[in-house]
Design a protein around this ligand. Sequence first.
Ligand code: IFM
Length: 527
Amino acid sequence: SHNRVGNKVITYFEGKNSLVLDKVCTFTDQLRYSNALASALSLADAVKGISFETFVDCQIEQLDSYWMHSDIIIEGNSKHQAAIRFMLYHLVQSIGTDGFSSVSAKGLSGEGYEGHYFWDTEIYILPLLQLTQPEMARRLLEYRCHILPYAKDRAHELGHLRGAAYPWRTISGIECSGYFPAGTAQYHINADISYVFIQDFLINEDYKFLLEMGVEVLYETARIWLEIGNYSKGAFMINSVTGPDEYTAIVNNNYYTNAMAKYHLNWAEIIYRKLSAHEDQKVVEKHKAICEKIGLYESEISEMRKASDAMYLPYDENMKLNPQDDAFLQKPIWPFENSRYPLLLHYHPLTIYRHQVLKQADTVLAHLLLEEYVTEEVLTNSYNYYEALTTHDSSLSACVHGIMAARIGDIEKAYRYFEESVNLDIEDTHGNTKDGLHMANIAGTALSVINGFGGLRVHEKGIVFRPSCPKEWSRFSFKVKYRGREIHVSVSDEVEITLIKGAPLSISLWDTEYLLKDSLKLSCAER
Ligand code: IFM
């Protein structure tokens, strides 16, 4: 018999032989439920009678579907194959799938960074999921939409008259960073979040999702650039911000931030025009209602277009590269040989900030995300210059350097970086895996195969491949989803791109356009 006393249930048993107890755990909180306790009890009631085996079957079904679309095959190195599957497995366990959560920096594997979510999700994890698990990707985008009210409050708190400023680190939506120079000053998080909403649109062309979850975030975050930027001699400047590289703080015109803001403002205007002129009147009306709700009118959109077009992107004519910011190239180069690493544990931040030294990819990352803003020459020069100054003290660095090494055609170097990122946790090369696995690096390792050796990019004009197989592997392959299609890519000394599902599609392979009907096979030597 049962007795419920307050929150406790007291159960009396009588009899002989064995007693089987099924323990049902439900988890609720006040972020997701207005009455957490009542919801927990009713959820527990709802699963009553469902056997453990049924849950096991559901789990198997989910994982089978995950591997079907997300597996990455590496032939010729069984250690790499096992390691990448280990990484993909940890990743899937850590992804918030309810629209109220994201992926914490250490996933569910440790307490490092207190479970907080960072830009790691948008710039490292989402680009992978958007191509392989688009529904999971959408839940993560929804999370950002749900916490928009907090980002608007934060913008107000920072003294901005309009717009939203997403927190550097958070769970519920409030800023949890206690060190603003390398926290809140990283305004680029606004552009990072918008970048993945724009990628979702480029990949899926889905106006419904854009309207429901994306536009308000896109516009409110774009407003911040007009708040913090100013014109000087006709160019739009963004001062006193910190870029991705945490060894350089509070700078003027960080290339990454300015380039991402330019893209963000550009797309805010394009999307405004597309939605205002949409053929479906319901879309036009709904968009109009959102704009009216947030007080966004033509004049502000024109300001966004103007700022995007006039955005200042630092460029050094002598060195033919993009300086990381206005002052970066004037500083002395860090004395690398006589230093102790990671620098952050041995030197005061102010000492580090006064030198040319990077913790992680910054301009190089901007060139990965926005190659349309740079020439081949500047991209290569910038890579070579910054690589020599980068300590990779951040686990977010090696994968980006590997992807970009492949981009400039240095596959041997790309392979060395791949080894660094694939081994980071399993060999504990940063000495801190005890605090949890490095989720951005995990997704970044998968991206090293897809974007790096596979050379995949999603541009406004379409999908691009520039594949090359490292000589240490005999073949690698993966699948991606793009505009209702599923595509299988297999690379050895030849590349075979197969349309598994969907209508024929125009693709770019080594900068030549092809119509992908069923399968396209070319020798890598012919590129
Ligand atoms: O978001 C990162 C940051 O870029 C470097 N330090 C660690 C953070 C969490 O992974």
